[in-house]
Design a protein around this ligand. Structure first.
Ligand code: ADP
Length: 578
């Protein structure tokens, strides 16, 4: 029997004396058994029926315009829920488009499974030139935490279980699951099929270090003159908010939140040293990293950004992360929740104290920095044309009244300035370009946040960054999601005031768009704002409506720095005429 004839008879029907099922039904049944509630994808051969059946079976299917955005949505769903986000793609080109997101999920330690249909193995492997021919498994392997292929319908349950387990256990990441068209269409006995499925039990088991390892860390913290805790997005992912707060507040240690850890404790918490980050890193003598890697975002732990004599404690689920950049004096391998609970339990009252001179030093520098920033903000408030900081202050004030709103953020200046201007009050409500500093996550992340939570989302986008996923405005409108996209439009990559070349072509960094008109084409509400007051009015109205909206903020084309805060990563060479 073929898949087409099975569709006509419906799986589960009796053909002769036998009840039957097929690969597509088994995939959907396996996902349901593992409590998958949403699938993000783009349909086409050979997975269109899979999406239809998932939807008919009660799984929410969100259909995108590009697989990369669908994949980013699945990755964000994984980060927010601690369950692997599922992305569904078609063969070869669709698969490759999704692979960017799978790789990004892996780099960011977000659990995700990309399930892709693929072409016929007997044609692909002999390179006979099949429709969308590609050895997808081989391609995926180098970009994912793991990659598996299912060859028989009876192995679909095993493949799904294995993919889910691998995605969430240990250090989370992206897993690729290849299911060729022939397997999706394979018909088998329904009883055998049902018996081949299983539900993954305890997919991310708790993991606690030895008491001696805990005591080593406590000893170091107790001896510190200038201790510091750095909270990373692994801490946010762990959903150990109470344990983190308890440990930080009980010890009184100053803490620095990495961008996606903002809100684990509210950003106006008295122990936060976000406003005196450079001093904290340069002076701290014992630093406890909690779900944060010493990668480029933390200057690899090197002097002069860091105190050359600093001693590190590192809490991480992945033992191989430790010693990757600097010696780790006290390794704590385990999940953040269990480790911090155990540390709190073993730290007697008064055992760890923070010397007053350290607190005073940080407080004095923080007061200086806050005063300097206030001057910049005040100047931007009245500037015309509008500056990034003018628009961002307006957004900040509206968001203060809407703490449940998720904030998605990407761009160069739009990312750096929004991160520093807008405080977060709630854990896991800030999603951004992450470890790669990647552009294109914006609308996919926003869609996942809205779908998974039902809460409003504000996506603050640089005009260049927005372009990578801009067509997903249609997806937002089609599913009527409460997402307000705010484009900080300075008409260019970095800035929009570069002169055209002598040939008459626009400068490489030039852009032009009326983004408010774009969303109108899809049925959403577009606003154009040229002053901070107009931003405030539009954002308040859009959030109150709870409907798809876009605010095109017209920013001074001369505002913005090349590459934002990371200009030093550009090659030096000979200066190019700007
Ligand atoms: P940031 O960019 O915010 O500094 P990173 O992505 O560099 O954060 O670091 C996240 C780290 O958190 C990774 O090394 C990852 O292994 C770790 N991690 C992820 N989940 C957990 C968990 N549940 N418990 C402990 N560590 C975790």
């Amino acid at each position: 029997m073929t898949i087409a004839s099975l569709r006509e008879t419906e799986a589960g029907d009796t053909v002769g004396a036998q009840r039957l099922t097929d690969g597509i039904h088994l995939v959907v049944d396996a996902l349901k058994l593992n409590e998958v509630e949403a699938v993000y994808g783009v349909v086409g051969i050979p997975i269109t029926d899979l999406a239809r059946l998932a939807q008919a079976s009660g799984i929410r299917y969100i259909g995108f315009r590009h697989e990369s955005a669908a994949g980013h949505a699945a990755a964000a769903a994984g980060f927010l829920t601690r369950k692997p986000g599922i992305c569904l793609t078609v063969s070869a080109p669709g698969f490759l488009n999704g692979l960017v997101a799978l790789a990004n999920a892996t780099v960011n330690c977000f659990p995700m499974v990309q399930i892709s249909g693929s072409s016929e193995r007997h044609l692909v492997d002999l390179q006979r030139g099949d429709y969308e021919e590609m050895d997808q498994l081989a391609a995926a392997r180098q970009f994912a935490k793991a990659a598996y292929r299912v060859h028989r319908a009876e192995d679909i349950g095993r493949g799904v279980a294995r993919a889910i387990r691998t995605a969430v256990s240990g250090r989370p990441g992206g897993v690729y699951l290849d299911i060729p068209a022939a397997v999706l269409g394979e018909v088998i006995d329904a009883g055998l099929g049902a018996a081949s499925l299983w539900r993954v039990v305890d997919p991310a088991p708790r993991q606690v270090p030895e008491p001696a390892a805990l005591d080593r860390a406590i000893e170091l913290l107790a001896s510190a003159q200038r201790p510091l805790v750095v909270l990373g997005k692994g801490a946010a992912y762990a959903q150990a908010d109470d344990q983190i707060r308890e440990f930080v507040e009980r010890t009184g240690i100053p803490y620095l939140p990495m961008s996606m850890a903002k809100g684990l404790l509210p950003d106006d918490h008295p122990q936060s040293v976000a406003s005196t980050r450079s001093l904290a890193l340069r002076r701290a003598d014992v630093v406890m990293l909690v779900g944060a890697r010493l990668n480029w975002l933390l200057g690899h732990g090197d002097a002069p950004q860091w105190n050359p004599d600093v001693k590190f404690i590192q809490v991480d689920i992945a033992s191989t992360e430790l010693d990757s950049n600097q010696p780790i004096a006290a390794p704590l391998v385990g999940d953040v929740g269990s480790v911090l609970a155990a540390l709190s339990e073993r730290t007697g009252p008064g055992r760890i104290t923070v010397p007053a001179p350290w607190r005073d030093e940080l407080a004095a520098r923080s007061a200086d920095n806050v005063a300097k920033m206030s001057k910049r903000l005040a100047a931007a408030e009245t500037a015309h044309p509008m500056k990034f900081l003018g628009a961002l202050q307006a957004i900040r004030d509206v968001l203060r009244d809407n703490p449940r709103a998720y904030l998605v953020n990407e761009g160069a200046n739009a990312l750096d300035l929004a991160r520093n201007t807008i405080g977060m009050q709630v854990p896991r409500h800030r999603l951004d370009s992450g470890t790669w500093g990647v552009m294109g996550i914006g609308l996919g992340f926003a869609i996942a946040a809205a779908v998974e939570s039902g809460d409003p989302v504000v996506a603050i986008e640089g005009d260049s960054a927005f372009g990578f996923s801009g067509m997903e405005l249609e997806t937002i409108c089609r599913y009527d999601l409460p997402i307000v996209t705010v484009v900080l439009n300075n008409s260019g990559v970095y800035r929009g005031d570069a002169a055209a070349s002598e040939s008459g072509d626009p400068a490489p960094t030039a852009l032009q768009a009326r983004h408010d008109l774009m969303i109108a084409a899809f049925g959403g509400r577009g606003y154009r704002a040229t002053t901070p007051d107009e931003v405030t009015t539009a954002l308040r109205e859009a959030l109150a409506l709870g409907k798809p909206a876009l605010i095109d903020c017209v920013i001074d084309p001369a505002d913005g720095t090349e590459s934002g805060n990371i200009a030093h990563l550009n090659p030096k060479g000979i200066t190019v005429q700007r």
